[in-house]
Design a protein around this ligand. Structure first.
Ligand SMILES: [Zn+2]
Length: 354
């Protein structure tokens, strides 16, 4: 992060050649360390014993699908906070809540072993404290309400353990509703009674409702119930690239009207093309349709996906900031995209459990 002047030539060189981004981009990350709304390194921890505290370079051998994130590279990438997904796979995990619990324990263990380089955060204040103390805040989000196993008490339990968002759906229908695509997808199906109760309890507990992966009908049903900001943690925009997983402009306005945000995913299949500018296209579309308080980042790193060229690993994030600046995005808006919008949602939906 630090720069020094080489006395002999006067040429500015980086102390650490691993650092990405221009001086301007790095300065922006210093003021506004990024908040990533969704990444899945806990899956790799689970399946291959991936050590979050060790620097992996290059990412896992021959595995473009993972190894994108670890604590050293989060620091190098100017990231201030990341939502770690807790994911149980339907058909494979018979006790999805237990699977989530184990991943949650693994994150607490990693934070404990990190020498204060990572800590488990639950509030906007925690995220700000991480910034002051030079640490990275690890936030927790459950991907898919199948992990509640049909019981609202499970949500209360996870809220007490620090979970800050609940994605209502993942790749299979569950007690809350139907997915945009996957097992049991059904366009006519909206939010169930249990889904409505889940949304209400989320709001009571201060757990943010995440609308990634839910079908269109369920999406609007949930937004209609919102009294607090909701999010789409990782998504592309159908207004730029129209495919099943991306939200359209009407959905985007609906979530923005709750005071919420949409995190742009870093995966070429959802963006419609490869490269940093593809991410910027989707971010700018959000700005154009829903205003500058709506866009955020939702990488989906380590989610069994191949990230776009230029963001293959988290330490490259300042290069995206340069791509935004090159497209004429004002620094004040870049700061909102990197951090401030996500921080506002965390502040407006504070955890309500001890
Ligand atoms: Zn996902």
């Amino acid at each position: 992060m630090r720069l020094h002047k080489r006395k002999s030539s006067g040429i500015r060189t980086r102390v650490n050649p691993r650092l990405h981004g221009s001086d301007e981009a790095r300065a922006l990350h210093k003021e506004a360390p990024a908040i990533d709304m969704h990444a899945d390194p806990l899956l790799w921890n689970r399946f291959v014993g991936y050590d979050l505290n060790k620097r992996h370079s290059p990412p896992l051998p021959r595995a473009a699908l993972g190894g994108h994130v670890d604590v050293p590279r989060l620091h190098e990438g100017g990231v201030g906070a990341m939502f770690f997904g807790l994911v149980a796979l339907p058909g494979m995990d018979r006790k999805p809540s237990r699977t989530c619990e184990k991943q949650l324990d693994a994150l607490y263990d990693a934070a404990e072993a990190s020498n204060k380089r990572l800590f488990v955060a639950t509030s906007a204040e925690d995220v700000q404290r991480a910034h002051r103390e030079g640490s990275v805040a690890a936030l927790l989000g459950i991907e898919g309400a199948h992990s509640l196993e049909g019981k609202l008490e499970t949500l209360e339990h996870f809220a007490r353990r620090g979970v800050r968002y609940l994605g209502l759906l993942h790749f299979s229908a569950n007690a809350c509703g139907a997915p945009a695509l996957g097992l049991g997808s059904d366009k006519s199906k909206g939010l169930t009674k249990f889904g409505q109760d889940t949304v209400k309890l989320c709001e009571d507990l201060g757990v943010i409702v995440d609308l990634a992966h839910i079908n269109r009908k369920g999406f609007f049903d949930a937004c209609a119930l919102a009294t607090k900001p909701m999010i789409v943690s990782h998504t592309g925009l159908a207004g730029v690239h129209d495919i099943w997983r991306n939200i359209d402009d009407e959905q985007l306005r609906a979530v923005a009207n709750t005071g919420g945000i949409a995190g742009v995913i870093f995966v070429p299949e959802f963006l419609g093309r490869d490269g940093l500018d593809a991410v910027v296209d989707h971010l700018l579309h959000i700005v154009n349709v829903a205003g500058e308080d709506a866009p955020a980042l939702g990488s989906d790193w380590d989610g069994f996906v191949r990230p776009i060229r230029g963001l293959e690993e988290v330490n490259k994030l300042p290069d995206l900031t340069d791509a935004m600046l090159a497209r004429g995005v004002k620094p004040s808006v870049v700061r909102k995209i990197l951090r401030e919008n996500a921080l506002r949602v965390l502040r407006e939906v504070p955890p309500r459990v001890a």
